[in-house]
Design a protein around this ligand. Structure first.
Ligand SMILES: [Zn+2]
Length: 185
């Protein structure tokens, strides 16, 4: 009998159960890229629980604790609209209107009348969330979910690499400065 090519559709509750089961498989390390002895790239692809929740709108909404446009009447760029468009808040004291897509890492500054979904499409080259075209979470297939999770992991690895590189550069600068001072002495 030919096997069905229909994707398996699961309810959101099943997806949550699925990732919970995955989490329980003792893969508690953060996602990290490493190289095996054979030179192959190995990705330990697990996320911390708080990052897992970002896959879902509710988890992203929760990051917008002081979104400046929620208090403005008729603003289109509300925290809910932002979360529905894939964004989480990356606000700082000096930059409260900053947010980034958790799936492609695109970070932008927003204005009260922006349409977050339109901005997302216009400013990203590729995003697995944009590819889904606002498909309801309850209609996601396991494949949809895994693609989103892969985007989340890739974004996190890139962010971590940028931070590591920054630390490395600062370390190099400090050593350079110390050598200069030694030579002067
Ligand atoms: Zn994106």
């Amino acid at each position: 009998m030919p096997r069905s090519k229909q994707p398996m559709v699961v309810e959101k509750a099943s997806i949550e159960a699925f990732y919970q089961a995955e989490w329980n498989r003792e893969l508690s390390e953060m996602s990290r890229v490493s190289f095996t002895d054979e030179g192959e790239v190995s990705i330990d692809c697990n996320l911390e629980p708080h990052q897992q929740t970002l896959i879902f709108t509710a988890g992203r909404v929760a990051t917008f604790t002081r979104w400046p446009f929620d208090k403005i009447d008729n603003a289109t760029c509300t925290s809910t609209a932002m979360a529905l468009a894939g964004f989480k808040s990356t606000a700082t004291a000096g930059c409260p209107e900053s947010a980034c897509c958790v799936f492609c890492g695109k970070e932008m500054l927003f204005e009260e009348n922006d349409d977050p979904w339109k901005e997302h499409i216009e400013h990203t080259r590729f995003c697995p969330f944009v590819e889904l075209d606002r498909k309801k979470e309850s209609d996601w297939t396991v494949e949809d979910y895994l693609r989103l999770k892969a985007g989340l992991i890739a974004t996190d690895i890139l962010r971590q690499n940028r931070e590591d590189l920054e630390k490395f550069r600062n370390g190099v600068d400090e050593i350079r400065q110390a050598i200069k001072e030694k030579i002067r002495d």
